[in-house]
Structures are given as C-alpha cells and as structure tokens.
Write a protein that binds this ligand. Structure first.
Ligand code: CA
Length: 407
C-alpha cells in the first residue's frame, strides 16, 4: 500500500484525500456553467470530457446527463479499464494535460449520479443495541431476526441530496400526551445517522450470491440519513420508518470506487449465531474506514465502518432473495455505524441517550439538532503512505417553515 505518484503535485502531499490511488467520481460545475463529470486528483478535478480521446469509453458516457450511471452500466471489466486509463493519464511522467484540470475551490459539486432506488438497512449491532435498549429494554433490544438477516426498509430515491444542500426541519405528526391526541408540530428531535452508502453498479433480476453481490457494487459514499425521532416514535409500528426518514438523505459528492478501497477490505466481526449458508461471508467484504461526525466543526463522534455486523454485499444479496430486481444506481444505506464506546455513537439519539444525557459541544449543549447547526460526516481509509478520502458530507438545518396547513 504505497502512494502512487501523479504529475499533479497536490496529489502527492501526505494528507490529501485524493491521491492517484483514489480517483473518485463526481459531477461539478464552475460559475453556474453546465454540469460536467470529473475525477478528483489532489486539489483539482479532471474534466473527463476534455480528455475523452484518452479514455476507453464512448464520449457519451463522459457527458451523461444522469452523472456516472453510464459508466456503471458498462460492467466491471470496463470499470477497471477506465480506472487504468485514468491512472495512466495522471501518473508521474505521463504527458501533462493541465488544461483539463479545474481547481476544486472553484467548483460546485452536484449529485454524482442519479439514484434509481434507495434502501436503508439497520445493520450496525451497537446502534441496534443502543436504540433497542432505549425503546424496549436491554433484554428485548435486538429483535429475534436481527442476527440472521440484515433488516431494512425501502426508502425514497427522490429524497437523496448531495452534500451542501440545506435541510429544512420537517413538520410531522408527533405522539401526544396519549394515543388519542397526537400533535402536528415541527420535529423537536431532529437527528443524523452516520452511514455508508453502497452503490449498485450492475442489475440483477433474481437471487444473487454474496460473491456476486460484492462484484456488483460499484462504489461507496458517506450517507447521512436525517431522522426525525419524534415522528419516528409515533409512526414506526408495525411497518417501520416512513415520514421520519423522508425529509432528506445526504450523500458525499464523490463516489469512491470499490477498486480504490480494495486494500482496505476487512472481515465482519465474529458471528454470534451462524448465518444460513446463502448469507455467509466468503471473504473480507467490509472495509476499514475511519469515520467522524462534526457539529459546527467540532468532532462529536468517531467510529469505523469495520464495526458493522453485515457487509453491503450481504445486504445486497439478502435484498435479492425474494426475486427483488436491483437496478444500476440503487443506493443501499448501511444503517447507523456506532462503535462500542459512548464517543463512537453515530447519532445524537445515542450520544444524548434519547435526550436524557445532553452532551457538550463547542457550540453549546445538545440533545438533538438546533436550527442553524451544520452537521458533517467525514471518512477516510488510511494506509501508511496515503489516504483514501471521501469528501465531506455536510448539511445545515434551516428552521421549520410556518405551518404549511394553516388556513
Ligand atoms: Ca438509517
């Protein structure tokens, strides 16, 4: 695991999130101009349409109005060939195409691809234990299915937004003093969930193995599943989350490819109960990625993706077992990633233990998000000589609008 050197000098600095080893895919514009597909390299973006002649795909792929969906559709052999060509183009000693570079500081980032479907899982054991303990007591914290399948719900692709998009505090129906008197009010317990998003890059039409699922995953993003806990508490039984999770889900602007993460593969934690054969790991399919949550710039939690009980490959394989077709551009949220200790918790619900233990930040004490707060997710896989960064996943909370139904 050594740094691959580039003729782009900023890509060779020790702490750059975007060395030649990374080459993540995004969509950018400059000064309100057209959206363009780009690859992050150091503090620059390579405008791929400007170097189309050197890349082994049809030029239409490089100006796909959907973003990077066209490359995904070509399949794994083409993903690898494309990445090899980019690596050759940007390696130290190659002919320099500096005219095709744009400074990241001049660019605005957009959705890196068109999300076709969105499913969110609940596959972090520490998170499930914490939330289950709060709501049902420690004996009943984990439902009986939890150690046998990665449980999840179907979300809304329409709600996924790119980092930097402001998030409006939602109104919703909240539990009242008793079950006969719910209230209509802005959420007072608005929260984040620190997650990774896996992007499905190949379609499937029936059940697929964990190995095939692993091969079908194109890449990963950071994902913040904004969650209104008070709406959730009233609506979630028996069919699960609905409006509590529908306001927005933010993703980081760069798709980090599974290929770039290859050196960081690791095993899922030891199984507490043996899985049925069709969901068993056949090798390391999780990744060692350090994750941090910030509130107005202050780090409030640190954990690692390697704490998840189920890999994205296991989630995808499970998703197909019923025959559910998966599409190119399907987004799978991992579930909240919490580690074992208090400072490893990936939601404010857990950090404040349901609001019972408000915690200190440099912006003051918090139980849940306050209007004007900016929440950030940050991630990096760290080798000795380089870092694979994700680009931050940021969102600022705007106050709720006036009652939308006030007559
Ligand atoms: Ca979630």
């Amino acid at each position: 695991m050594t740094l691959q050197k580039s003729w782009v000098a900023s890509a060779n600095t020790p702490n750059t999130p975007f060395p030649l080893n990374n080459l993540p895919y995004g969509v950018f514009s400059v000064s309100g101009g057209a959206r363009r597909l780009g690859v992050a390299i150091g503090d620059r973006i390579l405008d791929v349409a400007a170097v189309a002649d050197a890349l082994p795909v049809d030029a239409s792929i490089l100006s796909d109005p959907r973003g990077w969906n066209g490359l995904m559709e070509l399949g794994q052999a083409q993903w690898q060939a494309f990445r090899r060509a980019l690596t050759d183009l940007l390696s130290e000693g190659a002919a320099e195409c500096a005219d095709a570079l744009v400074a990241q500081s001049d660019a605005q980032m957009h959705m890196p691809y068109t999300v076709t479907e969105y499913t969110d899982f609940y596959a972090g054991k520490n998170h499930a234990m914490n939330v289950g303990t709060m709501f049902r007591g420690p004996e009943n914290a984990l439902p009986p299915n939890w150690l046998h399948i990665p449980i999840g719900y179907n979300g809304r692709a329409s709600s996924v937004v790119v980092s930097g998009t402001d998030i409006r505090r939602p109104w919703g129906q909240l539990k009242g003093p008793n079950d006969d008197a719910p209230r209509w009010a802005p959420s007072q317990r608005f929260d984040i969930e620190l997650e990774m998003g896996a992007i499905v890059g190949q379609p499937s039409a029936g059940p697929i193995s964990v190995d095939q699922a692993d091969a079908n995953i194109f890449g990963y993003v950071l994902l913040n599943d904004w969650s209104a806990r008070d709406i959730q508490a009233w609506e979630y039984q028996p069919l699960g989350p609905f409006q509590a999770k529908a306001t927005a889900t933010s993703i980081s602007p760069w798709i980090v490819t599974a290929e770039a993460l290859e050196p960081f593969r690791c095993n899922t934690p030891a199984r507490e109960k043996e899985l049925l054969p069709h969901l068993r790991d056949t090798g390391p399919m999780l990744y060692d990625i350090d994750l941090t949550v910030t509130l107005n710039g202050d780090p409030i939690a640190q954990t690692n993706y390697n704490a998840m009980y189920y890999s994205a490959a296991q989630q995808l394989a499970h998703h197909t077992t019923s025959g559910c077709p998966m599409r190119v551009g399907d987004l799978l949220g991992s579930g909240t990633i919490s580690g074992p200790e208090k400072h490893n918790r990936g939601s404010l619900l857990e950090l404040s233990w349901g609001g019972k233990e408000p915690f200190k930040t440099t912006s003051g004490t918090r139980s849940f998000i306050e209007d004007g707060d900016t929440l950030g997710l940050h991630g990096a896989a760290k080798a000795d000589g380089y870092i694979i960064g994700f680009g931050d996943c940021m969102g600022t909370i705007l106050p709720a609008l006036d009652d939308p139904f006030k007559g």
